[in-house]
Design a protein. Structure first.
Length: 475
């Protein structure tokens, strides 16, 4: 089998050096860009609204547009990485991020900011699936599975940058103005671009750009443009419905049904579909991994955004103090990301994560605006621990369950499941809180989170594939 890198087939190469800093540094820089941009904007929304004379309902689209673009772009970029080679797609994504940073920094109107956020969603979506595809290519070349610690570093990069995003955004907005939130992408993308050009192994021309058909013939790369368009249209219509659950746009339901049916029909008709529904039907283990990941992050995002808002509006803490209270959540997530990367088991960490989510939900259900600080800190830890375990566990599951020649697309779909959880979580928070976060609204969130956590326990325990699946080889 031909290699996907510039290293000659059969050349001696030790796994430890193959997964060393020269490979991982640019991959980690690229991988932080999506999560940090998803949270960094939070502390600049008010200032942006004031400067352009728009309200909260308009600035909310700066958040939603990146999630929507990312949900569509992640599997698209993963598919392109599998077809054209991960290095090419990784570099292309960084170029788009650099352009998006310039557009956002110089934006003369609010619409330009929306365009910048869409481009950021598209460009930053290339890094993670391309990184997963590149690690699989290195694994196939060396004959050594990527160490779980390597996968843990990718997970830690995402969790850590997501956690520091609001702090970094606040620092930039306070010192350089909100435009600094967009401008910071320029040097980060430029640095990643230079290091990637210097250090990432080149995609082998013998494999990049080829696709083996089911009949054994070899065809050129084929990207399912209509499938991507139908997928994006379906997600957009679903998001428009979910974003207004207090006043549902019921007329969107038949549109969503028609779009979903058309998407399904077209994907089943295509020989090389954007989303391989037949593969997902056969590979039930991978499908269950996506389901678990989406449900887990639905709970995590509900708490990540809903809990902080409740601390400020119901408990009376300032934004600064609320951030300090949820800081243990981020630290716990980072620690568990590292610890989860050092275990060979997948099932045990995911089971523990589901139990911890259920315990945290029970604590939130008992909380009110007089709950002591120690209990509030404990709640954050109970939700931070499963965040790290879920991220590393499901990432390892995707790595070993996905077809070897489609790891990039599979990793992209994993992130899509996560973003669908984020979009649904934001709609539930709006439904339960309305104009202001209250104790009763937090209790409603806790009930939903608790129910989903119990479902996760059942799904994890009943998944027979997890009983025999082992993660990539630990270092």
């Amino acid at each position: 089998m031909a290699a996907r890198s510039g290293t000659a087939v059969g050349a001696p190469e030790h796994a430890a050096s193959a997964y060393g800093p020269r490979l991982m540094t640019p991959l980690l820089i690229g991988s932080v860009l999506n999560p940090v941009n998803s949270t960094m904007i939070a502390t600049g929304l008010v200032a942006i609204g004031h400067d352009f004379g728009v309200g909260a309902s308009a600035t909310a689209w700066l958040v939603a547009s990146l999630y929507l673009a990312s949900a569509v772009a992640q599997p698209t970029m993963g598919k392109l990485a599998d077809l054209l080679g991960p290095r090419r797609i990784f570099l292309s994504g960084l170029v788009v991020v650099l352009a998006a940073g310039v557009i956002g920094t110089l934006a003369p109107g609010f619409g330009w900011l929306i365009a910048s956020r869409v481009l950021l969603g598209i460009g930053t979506s290339a890094a993670y699936p391309a990184a997963m595809a590149m690690l699989r290519a290195v694994s196939r070349r060396t004959g050594e599975e990527a160490p779980r610690t390597v996968l843990g570093l990718l997970s830690l990069a995402g969790l850590g940058s997501m956690a520091v995003g609001p702090v970094l955004g606040g620092l930039l907005a306070g010192t350089t103005g909100w435009r600094g939130i967009f401008a910071v992408n320029v040097p980060l993308a430029a640095l990643g671009l230079v290091l990637a050009l210097l250090w990432l192994p080149k995609d082998a021309s013998t494999e990049a750009g080829k696709n083996t058909a089911g009949d054994g013939s070899t065809a050129g790369p084929s990207l399912d443009g209509l499938g991507i368009a139908l997928f994006g249209a379906t997600l957009t219509a679903a998001m428009l419905l979910l974003m207004e659950l207090r006043h549902p746009r019921w007329y969107l339901l038949p549109l969503i049904a028609v779009l979903a049916a058309a998407l399904t029909w077209w994907q089943l008709r295509r020989r090389d579909p954007f989303i391989d529904l037949r593969m997902l039907a056969r590979n039930r283990a991978l499908s269950f991994t996506y389901l678990r990941h989406g449900l887990a992050y639905l709970v995590i995002y509900c708490v990540m955004y809903g809990y902080t808002q409740w601390l400020e509006e119901a408990h009376g803490y300032s934004s600064f103090h609320a951030g300090l209270i949820v800081l243990p959540m981020s630290l716990a997530a980072a620690v568990c990301s590292v610890l989860g990367a050092r275990t060979k088991s997948i099932r045990a960490p995911l089971t523990l994560a589901s139990v911890l989510l259920a315990a945290g939900s029970a604590l939130l259900f008992a909380a009110n605006h007089t709950t002591p600080l120690a209990a509030l800190l404990l709640a954050g830890v109970l939700f931070g621990l499963p965040q790290g375990l879920t991220s590393t566990g499901n990432q390892a599951a995707v790595f070993v369950q996905a077809p070897a020649d489609a790891v990039g697309a599979a990793a992209g779909l994993q992130r899509t499941a996560q973003y669908l959880g984020a979009i649904t979580a934001s709609s539930l928070i709006g439904l339960f809180y309305g104009q202001r976060a209250t104790d009763s609204g937090l209790h409603d969130i806790a009930v939903v989170s608790g129910g989903l956590s119990l479902l996760l326990i059942v799904l994890t325990a009943a998944d027979r594939a997890l009983r025999t699946t082992r993660g990539a080889k630990s270092s």
